[in-house]
Design a protein around this ligand. Structure first.
Ligand code: ADP
Ligand code: GLC
Length: 495
């Protein structure tokens, strides 16, 4: 099974969130179950050296921004071939994959990610400059959404197309006058194509022109077919319900396991949970300048700071949280108003609140290890990996009942406690009072160590490995090629 897998970010090469974790862990899992998988992403600065990549093909200059080249290297710590789309004018600059250092979107993201989609399409065709040709093109999120559109526009044989939605809130919306500059035909700029309220949507291109759609949890697959979660595309998603499925993400336990985590001074497994958590908690309190109080429930947050993640709810309940004697340790970046409100809180209550604005992979691991509970009051959450990691680290998640949070955390109710299946605390309505009631329940249980230890032991035993998801993606790929003949002729694979 030859699969070209394209994503705008792949851990450990470039990461802004969970998409990178998925794109760094799912391909190795697919490789282990027998897929011949190759990766494609932009050559952001420094990645060529990390991947030891060398030029292997020239792609020409599709958008007048200079020649694009394909560099070939390896995904670090794997045998997986990685191709980088190199175009200095578009990708060689300081800052993040999508934004500059001040958090502003790059003004030419339209062309930057058009090039990624265009290159993925080009490398999927028989006339690709590379000899290896995929049977499946698996693309992720709006940044790769134009790949299926180019293949539709060009016609002819093509691989089966799978498109995974990691977040409906990011749609890659640009002015329609871009269409000719992208060398795409106006005939695709319709309601059934990539047109969205007069503009072009790269996400909609992926949704409209791919053979199969997936999202990263079963619950989110249902939610996005409703107006509350579909961001205006619920009609299209319901129309394509037969082609849409939810495959729950996994966790990469080679990176996220407290027993082997290189970022921790004190490693621990399920058998040393109580002691392991206690020493990591003390180390974290010291690192962040919080009082060394073993009995204060230490709540941690590792998050993008925005509306999706319910950070306004967090701010609203903070007085109640502090009133309960809890400590808060937060790591995140995002909207400036939320960043400043959190920083002001930390200045006002240094005895209970520590806030680190920024991005730190190491601190994220230490927060997971040192926290007693992880707060994640998301308004919507396609999957969420942070709570899955928290389970493994014995940091009980306090989460809203949505998307992947609903699929991965079992609320501590009378019944689940009785059956020994509880792993965290879940609240239904995204309101401050529901969130407050929920963490008060959590803090109440924290004060009963025996009960707490038992829920924590169950949490740490949960397994969300990638094997199961890899098997399901492989089945999906196979469903696109009866007789192994997908994409032989015509504009659709022969299904
Ligand atoms: P999302 O992708 O929506 O941001 P996920 O829970 O799926 O949410 O994944 C978030 C990933 O990003 C996790 O690996 C988490 O540890 C990481 N992360 C989020 N914010 C930060 C930060 N400020 N510093 C380091 N890692 C972060
Ligand atoms: C997105 C979602 C998050 C999901 C991640 C990986 O960033 O917001 O819920 O876990 O993608 O699929």
């Amino acid at each position: 099974m030859k699969v070209l897998f394209t994503s705008p970010e792949i851990y450990p090469l470039a990461k802004t969130g969970g998409l990178a974790d998925v794109a760094g862990a799912l391909p190795p899992a697919l490789y282990r179950v027998g897929a011949d998988i190759r990766l494609l992403m932009p050559a952001y600065p420094g990645i060529d050296a990390m991947a030891r990549a060398k030029p292997v093909a020239n792609l020409g200059d599709p958008f007048g921004r200079g020649e694009a080249t394909v560099l070939e290297g390896r995904l670090p710590q794997s045998d997986i071939t990685l191709w980088l789309v190199d175009c200095p004018a578009l990708f060689h600059r300081d800052g993040g994959p999508y934004q500059d250092g001040a958090g502003r979107d790059w003004p030419d993201n339209d062309l930057r990610f058009a090039l990624l989609g265009w290159a993925a399409a080009r490398l999927s065709r028989r006339d690709s400059p590379l000899s290896w040709k995929p049977r499946i093109l698996h693309a992720h999120d709006w940044q790769t959404g134009l790949a299926p559109a180019y293949l539709r526009a060009w016609g002819g044989p093509r691989p089966g197309l799978v498109f995974t939605i990691h977040n409906m809130a990011y749609q890659g919306l640009f002015a329609a006058d871009l269409v000719p500059r992208l060398n795409l035909p106006w005939s695709l700029h319709t309601m059934a194509g990539f047109e969205f309220w007069g503009r072009i949507s790269y996400l909609k291109a992926g949704l409209a022109f791919s053979d199969r759609l997936t999202t990263v949890s079963p619950t989110y697959a249902k939610e996005i077919q409703t107006p509350a979660y579909g961001f205006g595309m619920e009609g299209l998603l319901s129309y394509r319900a037969q082609d849409l499925s939810g495959i729950l993400n996994g966790a990469d336990y080679t990176v996220w396991d407290p027993a082997t985590d290189p970022h921790l001074a004190h490693r621990y497994g399920p058998d040393q949970a109580a002691q392991g958590k206690a020493v990591n908690k003390a180390a974290l309190q010291a690192e962040l300048g919080l009082p060394a109080d073993p009995s204060a429930p230490l709540c941690v947050v590792i998050s993008r700071l925005n509306d999706q993640k319910g950070m306004d709810l967090l701010l609203a309940v903070m007085p109640a949280l502090l009133e309960q004697g809890a400590q808060l340790a937060l790591l995140g970046t995002g909207e400036h108003s939320i960043e400043s409100a959190l920083q002001a809180l930390a200045r006002a209550r240094p005895d209970q609140v520590a806030v680190r604005i920024g991005y730190s992979e190491e601190l994220a691991h230490r927060l997971q290890a040192g926290g007693d509970m992880l707060l994640m009051p998301s308004r919507f959450e396609p999957c969420g990996l942070t709570q899955i990691y928290a389970l493994r680290y014995g940091t009980l998640p306090v989460v809203s009942f949505t998307g992947g949070l609903a699929d991965t955390v079992v609320d501590a109710s009378y019944e689940t406690l009785l059956h020994g299946t509880a792993t965290g605390f879940v609240f239904d309505q995204c309101t401050p009072s529901a969130f407050q009631w929920c963490f008060e329940r959590a803090i109440g249980m924290y004060r009963h160590p025996e009960r707490w230890d038992s829920v924590r032991a169950t949490a740490m035993r949960q397994r969300f490995g990638w094997e199961e998801a890899a098997g399901r993606y492989l089945d999906l790929y196979r469903s696109l090629m009866p007789n192994g003949e997908a994409g032989k002729a015509g504009s659709r694979p022969q299904v």
